[in-house]
Ligand binder design. Structure first.
Ligand SMILES: O=C(O)CCC(=O)C(=O)O
Length: 344
């Protein structure tokens, strides 16, 4: 009897040990690629929900990246002559929607799987932008909103840890808690990006702007290096930047934005704000608007008819926020922004 009891205890100990081993394995995710996403959707969702971002390695293969890079260059070039040599940063709102090949990215099964995993079944496409950046980017959030949205960020060049890699502050996407509010007070957004980062209002000490070489070193941050093909998907509320080692080296990147259909009222509001800032008459560009794909049409339906009247063209330089963007963010911000703004 004693022997049997001992055997039973040993058996139970073994089961507990095996169970813990599986748990430990799960807790130390080293890298996530498409296969991992397909098999572990729940883990990926909770990773994104907890930290506010997720990096998927090799999401696009080499062939796909070659097409993306070529089409990106072609479309950018049509708008901004010699864009890689131009001074300063350039932004092309709706870039994907002005290119037939790039528009196909929205229709890939893996894009659908990813967005559904992170945001749920009824997702909404919010538009895109193409960028050629020369400077580092100060600490900011892309949006400051209540509903859950995400941006798929595709870097077209290598973004090494000590060069152009994106830095994030994990967990800062929960904009209404004390931690995130504290960080919000230290940001420049929605002020002109040129003003810098954490030094502006003296939180976390002065002089720690990502725009100054070495100036951002003491700020706690998680740096996410990427190679072409990798993507970073982050919650628009997440605080992020890139550091000063990047001055004058051009880096091309594209952002695809998604939200949830059941939050369309808030998304309508931020869409109008952006359309106003970028002087866009329609929410989407032609290839997306006229797409024959049922999936794409379903993803744009709630915002497809959004229209505004605009005067003039967007220059591609994004230095100041429009009045409506500032008003929108002030509605959500604890510290009201009062300094000089663009009257557009
Ligand atoms: O400067 C970068 O590479 C990061 C760009 C960025 O802040 C963004 O995509 O929101």
């Amino acid at each position: 009897m004693k022997k049997l009891k001992k055997m039973l205890v040993r058996y139970l100990e073994k089961i507990i040990y095996m169970k813990n081993r599986t748990l430990n394995k799960r807790q130390t995710i080293k890298s996530i690629n498409l296969k991992y996403l397909e098999k572990n959707r729940e883990v990926c969702k909770y990773f994104f929900d907890t930290f506010g971002y997720i990096k998927i390695e090799n999401f696009f293969n080499k062939k796909e990246m070659d097409v993306i890079s070529e089409e990106f260059n072609k479309t950018m070039e049509e708008k901004y002559n010699n864009f890689q040599k131009s001074e300063g940063n350039l932004l092309y709102p709706q870039i994907l929607e002005y290119n037939e090949e790039l528009t196909r990215l929205l229709d890939l099964d893996k894009t659908k799987l990813l967005v559904e995993t992170l945001l749920g079944k009824d997702s909404l496409y919010l538009g895109s932008d193409g960028n050629c950046f020369k400077s580092p980017t100060p600490w900011h959030r892309d949006y400051l909103i209540k509903s859950k949205t995400c941006k798929m960020l595709i870097y077209l060049e290598e973004a090494a840890i000590d060069q152009t890699a994106l830095s994030v502050i994990p967990g800062s996407q929960f904009t209404e808690d004390a931690y995130s509010s504290f960080l919000t007070n230290a940001l420049t957004w929605p002020e002109p990006p040129a003003l810098g980062g954490f030094d502006e209002k003296g939180f976390l000490g002065k002089g720690h702007s990502p725009l100054n070489s070495g100036g951002n070193n003491v700020i706690p941050q998680h740096i996410i290096p990427t190679s072409p093909g990798d993507i970073i998907v982050f919650n628009h509320n997440l605080i992020h930047c890139t550091n000063a080692s990047t001055w004058n080296r051009s880096r091309r990147l594209m952002g695809l934005h998604f939200g949830r259909k059941d939050k369309v009222e808030e998304l309508k509001e931020i869409s109008l704000t952006e359309m106003n800032s970028f002087k866009l008459e329609n929410k989407y560009g032609p290839y997306v608007m006229n797409s024959k794909s049922k999936n794409i049409q379903s993803m744009i339906k709630p915002l497809k008819d959004l229209k505004i009247k605009v005067e003039g063209d967007f220059s591609g330089k994004y230095a100041t926020q429009s009045k409506s963007a500032v008003e929108f963010s002030n509605k959500h911000k604890n510290t009201i922004y009062k300094s000089k703004i663009n009257e557009n």
